[in-house]
Write a protein that binds this ligand. Structure first.
Ligand SMILES: Cc1cc2nc3c(=O)[nH]c(=O)nc-3n(C[C@H](O)[C@H](O)[C@H](O)COP(=O)(O)OP(=O)(O)OC[C@H]3O[C@@H](n4cnc5c(N)ncnc54)[C@H](O)[C@@H]3O)c2cc1C
Length: 425
C-alpha cells in the first residue's frame, strides 16, 4: 500500500542516520511480547516493555521507520487532534483535563527519550504556529487560548494578529494565528531510527522484511511470517494505516488517507520565510504544514488524496499548494517529493484497545509524532497489570466508519471531499 509513494526519494532517507539492517525472521522464536510494526508506536511499546524486563521481538514488514513514522511532517503539536474546547464539549471538563495532561506527558516523554538516548533528530521546540486561513478562525483561536489557560492550566498558547503572524511567516494571506510555544519539530525518520537503536540496546530483537501474515490470539499471541513465527504471552499490533486485512475486527475503525510532502533546495534566507525555527500549519481542513529543515530547506506538506493511487507527479501536486502560500518561492527548486499514509478515525481520536492478549493502537489522525511515547508506556503498564491509564485511552474508541472496512472509503471520501471543497470556497 505504501509502494509508489516515493519514500526512497524523500529528504528523510537522503539524510538518514546510519542504521544496521535487522535480519529476517527464520524459524520459531519465543518472547514475552511480540510487537508487530516498527514505527513510533511499535518501537515505544517494545522499548518500554524491554525496560520493564519483558523479552521482546519486533516484526516489521519492510524497513524500520518506513511507515508514517519516517515520512511525516515532523511537527510536534502538543495535545490531541481535537483541541481543548472540543475535548471539553465531548468528554466534559474533568475527563478533558485528564486527557490533556496525558497528551502533555506524551510530549515530555518524547523529549526525554530523545535526550536519554542522544537521538540525532534535529529537535527544535521553539513553538508551533497555526495560521488562520479565514478571518473567523481567529475567534475560535482566541477561545482556544483562553480555554487552554483557564481550564487546562496551560498558559503557553497565544493569539497573534495578522501582522504578528506575518512577522513570523512570510505568507501574505493569513489573518493571524495561534502560537503554542511548547510545539516544535524534528527529523521523523532519524527519531524512529534512534528509537530502534535504543530498543536494540535494551535487548529487543528486531526483524525487518518480516511481514506478519496471520495473528492467532488464543492462549497468548502467535504472529506468523513467511519465514517463521513468534510465540508470545502478549502482542502489540502497531501497523496504523498499513494494517490492511491483518485484523479485520478493528480495521473498520481507521481509514488510510494519502498525504504528500516536498523539500526545496536549501533557501538563501530561510529565516525570512519562517522565523524562530517554528513549526507551522494552517487551519484548513486539508491542512498545509511546513517548517525549515536542518540545512535551510523548506519542508512542506499539503494536499491529500482519498483514492489509493498517488498523483502522477507528487512534486507538481504539492508545489501548487506551496506556491499558494509562498508565491515568492516560485524560483525555488524542489529537491525531494514523497508521500505517506495517515490513518484517521471518525472522531479524530486514536483507537487503542485489546483483543484478548493482543493490544493495538492506531488512528492518531495526523497527530502521531508525540502520542506514541505515551501509548507505548501505557500499553506496557497494562501488560504489567496496571490498566488504569490504558482504560482511559481505550475509552476513546471511535466508532466504525459507516460501511466498515469494505465500504468506508467511498462514503467517507464523499464527506472529506465536501469539507475540502469548503476550504476552497
Ligand atoms: C505524510 C504524513 C505526514 C504526517 N505529519 C505529521 C506531523 O507533522 N505531526 C504529527 O504529529 N503526525 C504526523 N503524521 C502522523 C504520524 O506520522 C503517525 O501518526 C505516526 O507515525 C504513526 O506511527 P505508527 O508507529 O503507529 O505507524 P507507522 O509509522 O505507519 O508504522 C506502522 C508499521 O507497521 C508495519 N506493518 C504494517 N503491516 C505489517 C505487518 N503485517 N507485519 C509487520 N509489520 C507491518 C509498517 O511497515 C510500518 O512500518 C503524519 C503522517 C503522514 C503519513
Amino acid at each position: 500500500m505504501n509502494d509508489g509513494l516515493g519514500m526512497e526519494r524523500s529528504y528523510y532517507v537522503a539524510t538518514a542516520a546510519p542504521f544496521a539492517p535487522a535480519p529476517r525472521l527464520e524459524g520459531e522464536v519465543n518472547a514475552d511480547v511480540v510487537v508487530i510494526g516498527g514505527g513510533y508506536t511499535g518501537l515505544h511499546a517494545a522499548l518500554n516493555a524491554a525496560e520493564r524486563g519483558f523479552s521482546v521481538a519486533l516484526l516489521e514488514a519492510g524497513r524500520i521507520g518506513w511507515g508514517a513514522s519516517g515520512r511525516n511532517g515532523g511537527q510536534i503539536i502538543p495535545g490531541w487532534r481535537k483541541g481543548a474546547s472540543e475535548l471539553i464539549a465531548r468528554y466534559g471538563k474533568h475527563e478533558a483535563r485528564k486527557l490533556f495532561e496525558l497528551a502533555l506527558e506524551a510530549r515530555t516523554l518524547t523529549i526525554n527519550r530523545i535526550a536519554q538516548h542522544a537521538i540525532p533528530c534535529d529537535l527544535h521546540v521553539n513553538g508551533h504556529l497555526t495560521l488562520a486561513a479565514k478571518r473567523a478562525d481567529t475567534r475560535w483561536m482566541a477561545e482556544e487560548a483562553a480555554t487552554l489557560a483557564d481550564v487546562m492550566d496551560y498558559p503557553h498558547a497565544r493569539v497573534l494578529s495578522a501582522e504578528e503572524a506575518r512577522a513570523k511567516v512570510a505568507a501574505p494571506d493569513f489573518h493571524g494565528g495561534l502560537l503554542d510555544s511548547c510545539g516544535g519539530h524534528l527529523h521523523p525518520l532519524n527519531y524512529a531510527l534512534g528509537l530502534a537503536g535504543a530498543a536494540r540496546a535494551a535487548g529487543v530483537r528486531l526483524y525487518e522484511n518480516a511481514r506478519v501474515t496471520k495473528v492467532k490470539t488464543i492462549a497468548g499471541v502467535v504472529a506468523h511470517t513467511k519465514g517463521g513465527a513468534v510465540r508470545a504471552r502478549y502482542g502489540v499490533l502497531a501497523c496504523d494505516a498499513l494494517l490492511e486485512g491483518l485484523e479485520p475486527r478493528i480495521a473498520g475503525r481507521i481509514m488510510p488517507v494519502a498525504n504528500y510532502l516536498v523539500a526545496t533546495e536549501p533557501l538563501a534566507a530561510p529565516d525570512s520565510v519562517i522565523a524562530d525555527q517554528l513549526a507551522v500549519s494552517d487551519s484548513r481542513f486539508v491542512v498545509n504544514y511546513f517548517r525549515i529543515g536542518a540545512d535551510g530547506r523548506l519542508i512542506f506538506g499539503g494536499g491529500e488524496r482519498y483514492t489509493p493511487s498517488p498523483p502522477a507527479d507528487i512534486e507538481t501536486f504539492v508545489r501548487k499548494h506551496l506556491l499558494g502560500i509562498f508565491p515568492q518561492l516560485e524560483p525555488a527548486r524542489i529537491a525531494y517529493a514523497w508521500g505517506g499514509l495517515v490513518s484517521i478515525t471518525m472522531t479524530r481520536m486514536p483507537h487503542i484497545g485489546r483483543l484478548g492478549d493482543l493490544f493495538f493502537a492506531h488512528g492518531y489522525s495526523g497527530q502521531g509524532v508525540l502520542l506514541p511515547a505515551l501509548v507505548g508506556k501505557v500499553l506496557t503498564e497494562a501488560m504489567s497489570g496496571t490498566a488504569e491509564r490504558f482504560d482511559v485511552l481505550a475509552s476513546l474508541a471511535p466508532p466504525e466508519f459507516p460501511g466498515g472496512a469494505a465500504l468506508r472509503s467511498p462514503l467517507h471520501v464523499l464527506g472529506m471531499l465536501w469539507y475540502a471543497l469548503r476550504d476552497r470556497l
